[in-house]
Ligand binder design. Structure first.
Ligand code: ATP
Ligand code: MG
Length: 567
């Protein structure tokens, strides 16, 4: 990704993506009378991730663009894996991303009665039957893509017998797995999904919304399209793996004889160095590889939020990557680019020293404290200025000093001058070391009082400018530095015999501390700052006024792509 920005105009005049083309053509010929009504249909069996964010931005974005509507619908057909904890988190995440479903929050479980009636319609038409085979037997008789399946012995049951059995399935007369309702389509179809798919299974399990009202539950495929139809969705946008389900989607709607939405598939978002499967993300949480769904290393929306990502940065990311028809993998550095771009404009600056070494200004009065002024955000004058206390003893970054520097080292070294940002030019006079370890414990400097802003020498040229914090005013904070959760670009595609877990990065979290200027005392959870010269940081939820905790959102520069280019 080039460093240059996507100009606003380009966004507005950009050519239509293929979904917009379909919608505009439908509108032109009046398929849905110009109506555009999309939906975002999560299954509440996990927390949303950046891939879902892409789908949310796409669906709600199309609703907005075409003056249409977008529903939020929970496809909650599997009581075994679903939970209200997930429902609540999904509602929170969609809202946080900045989208509004208004009064259109729906649940497929609200349609269980209607879906049951649709199944009865299919039975009466001779298009569905009750089958007594076990799940294993059904699997074995399905055949393979190159070999037709064989028909169930129960396929020829009469309509009356099927109605009777289906009614009794609903009444709870049979145990789990004893019977299923199947569509009667074609066991020789080249499309495996058309080989008499299961519509209903028996599950004596409470549902998070319908309780014990039902002991049979519709399969996802049977619930999803019909729910779209009930809600009069126009364009039902889903990911590519559903392309092969489309004939079935259309078959149900046609055979039941109801309003027909149009299913359109796009490529799911994959991002390098992470995984997107809810099942695997759940495993990471359950196995304690991360601290929870909102661990700042997770690709979940709540993880990204806790890390310090903003809704605008995620929306911008979704916009830049566009929609594709073919599977692809997006470089995570593009997401990092988006948050840097946003925080550069919106985050105030702070001086924070991550790896401190003390400097003592020998010619500075012992007890003097001067307030230096510094701009809060050079990109936004309206953010004003703040005062930084300056005193005799200060911290700078250990890396900003070298005793025997190479030529190109423009920071502090014996006999050399640097500017302390918003303060004075100082010169290094000597170094004090620990006699045992040889480690530098103090750097002695002198300052030039004429170099403060507004003084005659303030514009004097020196090669380096350093950030600093006054020792006695510094606030110590915990700093959590994150690296990629996985060590390879595509942990979902491991080498033979390995799994994604073999590629967990043992150094993905490093805890350290920093000395920060006193303004930081006012910081509250989720506040974001640019620590001058080091990166963007956000206050973690573990933070207390006594013990501030910061997450590094991203380093200031894209050090990764540079490192990789050099190799
Ligand atoms: P599952 O394996 O549990 O079905 P899922 O990721 O498909 O996982 P859903 O809750 O069914 O989860 O997804 C809700 C919506 O988000 C669907 O329309 C799905 O197509 C879309 N979606 C899911 N993952 C991605 C992704 N990586 N990129 C884009 N859209 C996605
Ligand atoms: Mg799904």
């Amino acid at each position: 990704m080039a460093e240059n920005k996507l100009p606003e105009e380009e966004k507005n005049t950009r050519s239509l993506n293929f979904i917009e083309e379909i919608i505009e053509e439908d509108n032109r010929i009046g398929v849905y009378n110009g109506r555009v009504h999309t939906r975002f249909p999560p299954e509440p069996n996990g927390y949303l991730h950046i891939g879902h964010a892409k789908s949310i931005c796409l669906n709600f974005g199309l609703g907005k663009k075409y003056n249409g509507k977008t529903n939020l619908r929970f496809d909650d057909t599997n009581p075994v894996k679903e939970d209200t904890e997930y429902v609540d988190s999904i509602l929170e995440d969609v809202k946080w991303l900045g989208f509004d479903w208004e009064d259109r929050l729906f649940y497929a479980s609200d349609y269980f009665g209607q879906l049951y009636d649709y199944a009865v319609i299919l039975i009466r038409k001779g298009k569905a039957y009750v089958c007594d085979m076990t799940a294993g037997e059904i699997g074995e008789t399905r055949g393979s893509p190159t070999r037709p399946g064989s028909e169930s012995l129960f396929r020829s049951r009469s309509v009356e017998e099927n109605i009777d059995l289906f009614t009794r399935m609903r009444l709870g007369e049979f145990p789990d797995g004893a019977k299923v309702l199947r569509a009667k389509i074609d066991m020789a179809s080249p499309n495996m999904h058309m080989r008499d798919p299961v519509l209903y299974r028996i599950l004596h399990t409470s549902h998070h919304r319908t309780g014990d009202q039902w002991c049979i539950y519709p399969m996802y495929d049977f619930a999803h399209g019909q729910s779209d139809s009930i809600e009069r969705i126009t364009h039902s946008i889903c990911t590519l793996e559903f392309e092969v389900h489309r004939p079935l989607y259309d078959w149900f709607i046609r055979e039941i004889g109801i309003y027909s939405p149009r299913q359109i598939e796009f490529a799911r978002l994959n991002v390098t160095y992470t995984i997107m499967s809810k099942r695997k993300l759940l495993e990471l949480v359950r196995d304690g590889n991360v601290s929870g769904w909102d661990d700042p290393r997770m690709p979940t929306i709540c993880g990204l939020r806790r890390r310090g990502f903003t809704p605008a940065s995620i929306r911008n990311f979704a916009d830049i990557i566009g929609v594709a028809k073919r599977d692809n993998v997006i470089d995570v550095s593009l997401l990092e680019f988006c948050i840097r771009e946003d925080l550069n404009k919106s985050a105030n600056r702070l001086m924070a020293v991550l790896n401190p070494v003390r400097i003592v200004i020998d010619n500075y009065p012992d007890d003097l404290v001067e307030d230096m002024e510094s701009v809060n955000n050079p990109e936004d004058e309206s953010k004003g200025k703040r005062k930084l206390p300056f005193s005799k003893s200060l911290f700078i970054e250990r890396e900003d000093f070298m005793e025997e520097p190479p030529n190109k080292f423009f920071r502090l070294a014996p006999g050399r001058e640097v500017r302390l940002k918003a303060a004075y030019i100082i010169r290094c006079e000597s170094v004090a070391k620990d006699p045992e370890t040889g480690e530098i414990i103090e750097i002695h400097c002198t300052y030039d009082p004429q170099t403060r802003s507004g003084m005659p020498e303030s514009n004097r040229k020196v090669k380096g400018t350093l950030h600093w914090v006054s020792e006695k005013h510094a606030v110590k904070a915990e700093i959590r530095l994150y690296d990629r959760l996985f060590t390879i670009e595509n942990p979902d595609d491991p080498e033979n015999g390995k799994t994604y877990k073999d590629y967990l990065n043992p150094d993905s979290l490093r805890i350290s501390s920093a000395m920060i200027e006193p303004t930081v005392k006012n910081a509250v959870i989720l506040d974001k700052y640019q620590f001058e010269r080091t990166g963007y940081f956000s206050v973690d939820k573990d933070s207390t006024p006594e013990n501030l905790v910061f997450n590094r959102v991203v380093p200031l520069k894209d050090s990764w792509s540079k490192v990789e280019k050099v190799k």
